[in-house]
Design a protein around this ligand. Structure first.
Ligand code: SF4
Length: 227
């Protein structure tokens, strides 16, 4: 999507637009930056349907705005750290100029992606947090394992796990690729489905340097939009 504008004396240009569900300031809850103030921009739409998805409200609706307006609204929140999330942010073309603008303004940009869209167009300065979908998500077939080969050492890999079967599958996946040698690998429990304490014990006993993710924002405020 785009909108047209014309400065006096110039030819028409196309201003890219983007559909946005919410823009808000909160505490980073999930990555290795968990605990830091962070501005979030949640883009609308996702072609997957993970069984346990906690952002189904971002599948549709939202507000169409220009990329510059979206970037200025994020920047106005005044944090050094910003996260572009969804929905699936990489399903909108406008996400690329959006990330560029945030980088140009000196922001540390985190991108949360479901892992089913190629990552080859993303500026290397963006820190990618890439999901690998476990069987309990119902979306395992959407994984693009080749995406993991293109990650830098700053990028992170996340598995959201619903039960012990998911854990065993994810551990095998990590071991086969030595993923935890090259990246921070986080295992997070599905909210109110798998006990964080159980998952912590399994990680401890695995002997692998895997990080437990606990969705800090939900522990603080519960499972509500905009926090
Ligand atoms: S990829 Fe993310 S937004 Fe899309 S259905 Fe799965 S959890 Fe929800």
């Amino acid at each position: 999507m785009s909108s047209r504008f014309q400065a006096p004396g110039s030819s028409p240009q196309v201003e890219p637009t983007i559909r946005v569900t919410e823009i808000f300031r909160s505490i980073q809850g999930e990555s290795t930056r968990a605990g830091f103030p962070c501005a979030f921009i949640r883009l609308t739409g996702c072609s997957l349907r993970c069984v346990w998805c906690d952002t189904a409200y971002a599948f549709s609706g939202g507000e169409e705005m220009t990329v510059s307006e979206a970037a200025e609204r994020v920047i106005a929140l005044g944090t050094d750290l910003v996260e572009v999330t969804g929905g699936e942010p990489l399903e909108q073309e406008g996400v690329y100029p959006l990330m560029d603008r945030l980088l140009e303004r000196g922001k540390t940009v985190l991108l949360e992606t479901g892992g089913h869209v190629p990552l080859d167009r993303i500026d290397p300065r963006v820190v990618k947090i890439v999901d690998v979908k476990a069987p309990g998500s119902g979306m395992m077939g959407a994984n693009l394992p080749e995406n993991l080969d293109s990650l830098s050492g700053r990028d992170e890999v996340k598995f959201v796990l619903a039960d012990r079967r998911d854990f065993d599958w994810a551990l095998d996946f990590v071991r086969e690729r030595d993923l935890d040698d090259r990246h921070v690998v986080t295992f997070s429990p599905v909210w109110e489905k798998l006990s964080a304490a159980d998952l912590a014990g399994w990680i401890r006993d695995s002997g692998r340097p895997i990080r437990l993710g606990v969705q800090l924002h939900k522990l603080l405020w519960g499972d509500v939009p905009g926090r």
